[in-house]
Write a protein that binds this ligand. Structure first.
Ligand code: AMP
Ligand code: MG
Length: 403
């Protein structure tokens, strides 16, 4: 048997990056940037107002207070999107809206709340002192021209997409999305929506795994359910091998009479079967068909999800050249005793709470590999390393959060 890290490293070892392509703004979410993104201009491009109010010369209102307001002459109105045509001279103000460019001569904005006589067009009374630069957003305070904004390999979240848009770009270069073929296997496995015959169960894995790989930026080809029949399995694997970048199967990788995945894989491609020192997900198949990686997940719904999370997710992110391919871990206090033998890595479904400045982890009940509800209740996976021989209440543990 090999260790978890050894198995994962072997799997990631030969993974080649996909080519890159142009992608438009509205499809960028979750994609991985293939070129550094730098700014070609300052943002904001000019000093502009952070408030609705009056652009003034700060020195003019140095003595202003509610008791002795300073009255200024309003010479122009500048809504957002317009630029002042006049420049400000002492004793003057320009009515200005948030986002509008600061008029020449002005060096501060007095918020409308600190003025009086809103209805009086030509005059305004300033009721408070403002410092030079007050309520002015400086040119380039967000972004300066030439600055590296988003590094190659970054997974684009809504905020990165927004930043790209604010540079005026309609598209950027990202890595292609891997196309993942997903196949469920087992004579007992039935498609949701069909009536369940005696002895059958509904197919959960095709849908949970599809969700996981989509979250990792991939596109799914769904090959349905294949029975425990060697020829049928070989056919579907061959087809998927022609059409996909990665193939994921579930079920049929343990040591039962009907566990034919390994046999099918070795007869049409190259096959590595591993017994990994981990729980859940001890039996694991990894190989290649037509040069494309194939991962045979165990059939149990939790095992397949955990193996997909720990192996397939980083593999897909590596194919897209993502900088961070592993989830971040937090350290948490275990609020309970956990029995474990040293010698294998364990992944436990965990709920995490932040209490008094620290994370606390509690298991989500029974940890059987068929108990999918415990996955539903979980915020993440507690990862107990191979050498760990059990956890006492108050011990620190590592948790990978799902979200
Ligand atoms: P196997 O790895 O084929 O021996 O399957 C292990 C267990 O997982 C069995 O109880 C199967 O019925 C169950 N199983 C296999 N495939 C699926 C699936 N797609 N959805 C839900 N359970 C499954
Ligand atoms: Mg089976």
């Amino acid at each position: 048997m090999i260790s978890f890290h050894e198995a994962r490293n072997k799997m990631l070892e030969g993974i080649k990056p996909l080519p890159s392509e142009k992608c438009s703004l509205d499809n960028l979410l979750g994609r991985i940037l293939a070129q550094d993104s730098t700014a070609s201009f300052d943002i904001p491009p000019r000093d502009n107002s952070a408030m609705d109010g009056f652009a003034v010369i700060a020195a003019d209102v140095a003595g202003a207070s509610e008791q002795s307001p300073v009255t200024l002459q309003v010479i122009e109105d500048v809504p957002a999107g317009k630029v002042a045509t006049k420049s400000l001279k002492p004793g003057q103000a320009i009515r200005i809206m948030t986002g509008a460019q600061i008029p020449e001569g002005a060096d501060a904005v007095v918020p409308v709340e600190l003025t009086e006589g809103k209805l009086q067009k030509e005059k305004c009374k300033i009721l408070q002192v403002v410092k030079q630069g007050a309520n002015v957003r400086r040119q380039g305070e967000d972004v300066t021209s030439g600055q590296l904004l988003i590094a190659k390999g970054t997974r684009l979240r809504p905020q990165e997409v927004g930043l790209i848009a604010s540079l005026g770009l309609m598209e950027v270069i990202v890595y292609k999305q891997p196309v993942i073929g997903i196949i469920s296997s087992g004579n007992e496995v039935a498609a949701p929506g069909q009536p369940l015959k005696p002895g059958q169960i509904y197919d959960a894995n095709r849908f949970s795994v599809a969700g996981q790989v989509k979250e990792a930026g991939a596109v799914v080809n769904d090959y349905g359910i294949v029975p425990d029949d060697l020829e049928a399995i070989k056919n579907i694997l061959n087809k998927a091998g022609q059409e996909c970048d990665v193939i994921i199967t579930s079920g049929g990788v343990s040591v039962g009479d009907y566990d034919l995945m390994k046999q099918a894989l070795s007869s049409i491609g190259q096959m590595n079967f591993w017994q990994v020192k981990q729980k859940p997900g001890k039996p694991l198949a990894f190989g290649h068909i037509n040069g494309q990686p194939v991962i045979g997940l165990p059939g149990n719904p939790v095992s397949s999800m955990v193996v997909c999370d720990q192996y397939v997710r980083p593999l897909l992110l590596r194919m897209q050249e993502a900088t961070n391919i592993f989830r971040e871990q937090v350290t948490a206090y275990s609020d309970q005793e956990i029995r474990k033998q040293a010698g294998r890595t364990e992944f436990l479904r965990t709920r995490v709470q932040f209490i008094d400045g620290a994370y606390h982890a509690v298991l989500t009940g029974p940890q059987g590999s068929g108990i999918l509800t415990s996955m539903v209740q979980a915020d993440g996976l507690m990862i107990l390393p191979e050498e760990c021989g059990g956890v006492k209440p108050g011990d620190m543990v590592n948790v990978e959060l799902f979200g």
